[in-house]
Design a binder for this molecule. Structure first.
Ligand SMILES: [Zn+2]
Length: 367
């Protein structure tokens, strides 16, 4: 079939010989922005009933035992293995409860997929979370079944559930999706990402009277990583600050390193109640032990936790980059001072102005 202008192309040849169909509804459950390929592939095999479950291997005389490896009682089929087996049903029921759904009896794998797809309509963070939970529970249940079959290793269902929940919450955090359901965010310990229309501005907030607040940041220029931090009191007055050019930290870890140095500075300043703020959600979650720490930073992170525990009170939070201007300025100052605080008499004029704006509650547009 030629193109509209009469010419032939590879595309027109391919379109003339192939048969095209509408994709099935379940495609959106498997392939979506942020999907994890190995999870989606295993789920695709399960939906098509292409996984080599024991009920499909009746033609092979070597496989005489058809019992499910997870419960060791009923015949192993796709639906039984993932949804009606006492082992996997407990996992799936617990997951559904965590996303505010109650499990009812359904008859097939397709019905289960269709039900959860219609419940969430796959929009926003809740829909993404439900799809990742669905595909990851299929993957980890199948993995557990294979471990029992080939390696004779059994894992308790609560550990499998924990793996599924961890991978799902990490994925949703990584995607930073909007339209989060606040109840689900609370249950899954997810941050509330607001849609841009709701939060076009951000603000630096003063700490309470008994606390000091330290903001940190890192930047990179000509392969040199620079760190910055600023300690302020409940009136927004500058207590101390630092700006360090530091070239041996991979930039991905620099914002974490900036927090570590900031806590050292606060400890040296005899601070007892500290609020740490960074514009790196990654670093905040690593310190809260919600995300894995790069192995190189293990010793430093352990020391940081010891330092934090020694404080009377501590808080760590995320601030939008546009509200973290003071620390951002310091991280771009390229001031090589070996980590020592800079004397207050040397406060740069720009930093003084930003600190004044911050303490007066200026709303900064989010760019
Ligand atoms: Zn079973």
């Amino acid at each position: 079939m030629p193109e509209a202008d009469g010419t032939f192309s590879t595309k027109s040849a391919w379109n003339s010989i192939r048969s095209s169909h509408h994709p099935p509804d379940w495609v959106s459950s498997l392939w979506f922005p942020g999907h994890i390929p190995k999870f989606s592939f295993t789920t695709w095999q399960a939906i098509q009933d292409h996984l080599p479950t024991k009920d499909r291997l009746t033609f092979f005389p070597i496989n005489s035992d058809k019992r499910c490896l997870l419960c060791n009682s009923e015949t192993e089929s796709v639906y039984h293995l993932f949804f009606s087996c006492s082992y996997s049903a407990w996992i799936w029921r617990t997951i559904l409860r965590k996303i505010s759904l109650r499990k009812n009896q359904r008859k097939s794998f397709g019905e289960e997929e269709s039900w959860i797809r219609k419940k969430f309509k796959f929009k926003g963070q809740s829909g993404c979370l439900s799809r990742i939970l669905f595909t990851s529970s299929i993957y980890y249940t199948w993995l557990e079944r294979n471990c029992r079959l080939h390696d004779k290793i059994k894992t308790h269902k609560s550990i499998i559930l924990d793996r599924i929940c961890r991978v799902a919450s990490r994925r949703v955090l990584f995607l930073k999706l909007n339209e989060v359901n606040s109840r689900i965010a609370q249950i899954w310990n997810l941050p509330l990402f607001h849609s841009q229309s709701e939060s076009r501005f951000c603000q630096w907030v003063l700490p309470s009277q008994t606390k000091l607040k330290i903001n940190t940041d890192a930047s990179i220029s000509s392969d040199i990583v620079s760190l910055g931090g600023i300690l302020r009191d409940s009136k927004g007055q500058i207590i101390s600050f630092f700006s360090v050019a530091y070239d041996s930290v991979p930039f991905q870890e620099a914002k974490l390193e900036a927090i570590i140095r900031a806590v050292q500075l606060a400890r040296n300043s005899q601070v007892k109640n500290l609020w740490i703020e960074s514009d790196s959600l990654n670093a905040v979650h690593i310190i809260r032990k919600q995300w894995p720490c790069p192995w190189r930073k293990f010793p430093a992170l352990e020391k940081l936790h010891r330092d934090l525990i020694s404080l009377n009170s501590r808080r760590i939070s995320h601030i939008w980059r546009d509200g973290n201007k003071a620390a951002d300025l310091l991280s771009k100052s390229n001031c090589i001072c070996k980590g020592d605080p800079i004397p207050l008499s040397c406060i740069p004029y720009d930093l003084f102005v930003i600190a004044l704006e911050d303490s007066s509650g200026t709303l900064y547009p989010r760019l």
